[in-house]
Write a protein that binds this ligand. Structure first.
Ligand code: ADP
Length: 391
């Protein structure tokens, strides 16, 4: 018995078959280049990888091909899958817990597209096609914003005209919530200590930070959309909104062009031409000055958030790195926390250099703040949440 987790993006669908009890991933895959002349479906099952290249005109065909490949590999989807969990990016003010999907819920998720035009429409499409393919099981939406729903008003509120904000749902929602919640719970379990004051740094292609007091988030770096906060692979993160007006007035860019610039062509990519951290690192080694500046801007922003969250929390117990960059880039961890011994934060060079898929401590024994690396697992968290709803 397993839960199928579906994460549907604009031109790709990621899926994973998860045993929510053991946490084991039974199969996983990716459909990408949907809508291009040649698409690609990759399936990992039983230790081997199968690839299928063909035209995939839409998400429906993509999922159908993926399901055929799963069944051809021996997975009896229709009898083995007990429920489908869908990652949905924006739950707005409406959804703040995992929700059983019916036609009404699907319509409401679709209505929230104004808040997340890049994310919710492909999520809706993924739900529609998965419901067609697997009509006899429950489908559950798990929202990226849910964990941050109860942010204190002072953290959730933008200082703009309150009537305008109210009329248009403008507030800070926060994203990557499934990961921040999962990782902070793992830290509590791993250390065997309750009541921790935590900073969690989710550094992937998208990146966000959160400050969590006893399991309850008190601030996070993403806002109305995932654009706010840290420097990311292709997103600018924090920027003076005056830049937007300036681009409109002086560069003649329309809103879609500015959206594209700030979401897809900024961050590391905008500064250094690459958004993959591994390539960035190689380019720095080869003396690329743009890559070095991009890295410095990235670390500078990260340190600003760490500092501000230390003050908000008052007492800090743990700082945890997660996601692709956070889990793998030891240099980022060391640089983000360099010279903070005066604040009780000391990374141990040897521990920090260890590579592992397990949660681990990378600070010295003398460090009063425990620094950890904890691999995130959003698919497992979604599978478990899905199972809870359908029990
Ligand atoms: P997302 O889920 O947001 O697409 P991930 O959490 O998978 O992102 O992280 C992707 C990022 O992790 C990429 O920038 C990639 O370069 C980086 N990354 C992956 N492995 C390593 C590594 N060994 N060293 C440095 N960065 C890495």
């Amino acid at each position: 018995m397993s839960v199928l987790v579906v994460n549907s993006g604009s031109s790709s669908v990621k899926f994973q078959l998860v045993d929510p009890v053991s946490g084991e991933s039974l199969a996983s895959g990716l459909v990408e280049q949907i809508g291009e002349s040649e698409g690609r479906v990759v399936l990992e099952y039983g230790g081997s990888e199968i690839e299928n290249r063909r035209e995939i005109p839409d998400h429906g065909v993509g999922l159908a091909v993926a399901f055929e490949m799963l069944e051809a590999s021996g997975v009896e989807l229709r009898s083995e899958v007990t429920a489908v969990g869908h990652r949905v990016v924006h739950g707005g003010e409406v959804f703040y817990r995992p929700t059983l999907i019916d036609d009404d819920v699907l319509q409401q998720i679709s209505d929230l597209s104004a808040l997340a035009p890049l994310h919710n429409p492909p999520n809706v499409l993924g739900i529609e096609v998965a419901r067609e393919q697997l009509p006899d099981v429950s489908h559950v939406a798990v929202f990226d914003t849910a964990f941050f729903h109860g942010l204190p008003a002072a953290a959730a509120t933008y200082a703009i005209d309150r009537d305008v904000a109210k009329a248009h749902g403008i507030r800070r929602y926060g994203f990557h919530g499934t990961s921040h919640e999962y990782v902070s719970q793992q830290v509590t379990r791993f250390l065997g200590r309750e009541g921790l004051n935590q900073i969690v740094l989710h550094l992937g292609n998208g990146a966000s930070a959160s400050a969590i007091r006893s399991g309850v988030p008190i601030d996070t770096s993403m806002g109305l959309t995932p654009l706010e906060g840290l420097v990311m692979g292709t997103r600018s993160g924090d920027i003076d909104p005056g830049v937007v007006m300036h681009l409109k007035r002086s560069a003649g860019m329309d809103v879609d062009a500015i959206d594209q610039l700030l979401n897809r062509a900024s961050g590391l990519k905008g500064l250094a031409g690459v958004n993959d951290f591994r390539v960035l690192g190689r380019n720095i080694e080869n003396g690329d000055a743009d890559a070095k500046l991009a890295y410095d801007v990235y670390i500078h922003r990260l340190r600003k958030y760490i500092g501000s969250y230390m003050v908000l929390l008052g007492r800090l117990d743990t700082i945890t790195f997660t996601a692709g960059v956070g889990e793998n880039a030891a240099g980022v961890r060391a640089d983000a926390l360099a010279n903070l011994e005066g604040f009780g934060i000391e990374v141990d060079a040897e521990r920090n250099a260890v590579r592992s898929r397990e949660p681990r401590i990378v600070s010295t024994d003398a460090s009063t703040v425990t620094v950890l690396v904890v691999p995130t697992n959003e698919e497992l968290a979604i599978a478990q949440a899905t199972e809870q709803v359908t029990l």
